[in-house]
Design a protein around this ligand. Structure first.
Ligand SMILES: C[S@@+](CC[C@H](N)C(=O)[O-])C[C@H]1O[C@@H](n2cnc3c(N)ncnc32)[C@H](O)[C@@H]1O
Length: 259
């Protein structure tokens, strides 16, 4: 097999076409509304794994100020490019920062901290999750709320689709070019609850000839985030809400005082 790149790496097609793919993904519908309910009007939100700003800019449109942290320069570059197309007062409400959610040190607190679309589950459950939740707790004001969107563990054990059948096909322009997505490999290691798949991003011209191709590995770890949240001093804030039949948003609360 040709070289397999990590997801969201520099020159990856997963970063270049992230917005196209998430626009077509109905399983994310409504997630921004859930995050908007966590903070007061015009409140301050910290987003971990901000990516291309899909959620951050939508929250900014609603009047929130957002600081977004991400480990992937290619995703942050997409976000910066999008800022240029927004009304200046909306773009100015989002601050993007290169950083690792497992070692957060923004230097101030927020009304809400969110970790959308499976960003935490890219990391192995264990020290990385413990450190992330410690950072979430220390960046929340007393009474502040957190939300973490996790994939449903049982879905990770689904068999792979046929490798030559595209799982997505979307037009990329009005010249007839398309992005075609194939799952070439999929595996689940139950001992460590690790799911891996190799996705083949194929950019084709109007006649179906391949213009560009990139194999990219996507990894998720399944576990319950709640023990890590409780260990960090957060409280459960209601039952997790199912989103799109493939994931759940877990909500937590930082107690208003230690009393
Ligand atoms: C599926 S994308 C979510 C992007 C955006 N939040 C959304 O909902 O559309 C996951 C993001 O998490 C980022 N990420 C993964 N590990 C990270 C880490 N340790 N620290 C910060 N960001 C991380 C990836 O680079 C990627 O941009």
């Amino acid at each position: 097999m040709p070289e397999v790149r990590p997801y969201y790496s520099v020159r990856s097609l997963s970063a270049a076409y992230y917005d196209l793919i998430t626009q077509a993904d109905t399983s994310l519908q409504g997630d921004v509304d859930t995050y908007a309910e966590l903070a007061p009007p015009a409140g301050e939100i910290l987003e971990l794994g901000v990516g291309t700003g899909r959620v951050a800019f939508a929250l900014a449109e609603l009047g929130f100020s957002v600081v977004g942290v991400d480990l992937a320069p290619a995703m942050l570059a997409q976000a910066e490019a999008k800022r240029a197309n927004l009304a200046p007062h909306v773009g100015a409400r989002v601050m993007l920062q290169l950083g690792d959610m497992t070692s957060l040190n923004i230097g101030r607190v927020f009304d809400a901290v969110i970790c959308p679309f499976f960003a935490l589950s890219h990391l192995p459950a264990g020290a990385a999750w413990r450190n992330t939740f410690a950072g979430i707790a220390s960046h929340l004001r007393p009474g502040g709320r957190a939300a973490v969107h996790m994939p449903l563990a049982e879905l990770m054990q689904r068999p792979a689709p046929a490798p030559d059948a595209p799982v997505m096909r979307a037009p990329v322009d009005d010249q007839g070019r398309t992005l075609n997505l194939y799952v070439r490999e999929r595996s689940f290691r139950p001992r460590i609850n690790r799911f891996d798949q190799v996705l083949d991003y194929v950019l084709a011209d109007a006649f179906g000839a391949v213009e560009q191709r990139s194999l990219e590995r996507q990894t998720y770890y399944a576990a319950d985030p709640t023990p890590f949240a409780l260990e960090a001093g957060l409280q459960i804030d209601g039952s997790p809400s199912l989103l799109g039949g493939v994931g759940e948003i877990h909500r937590y609360l930082k107690p208003a005082s230690d009393a």
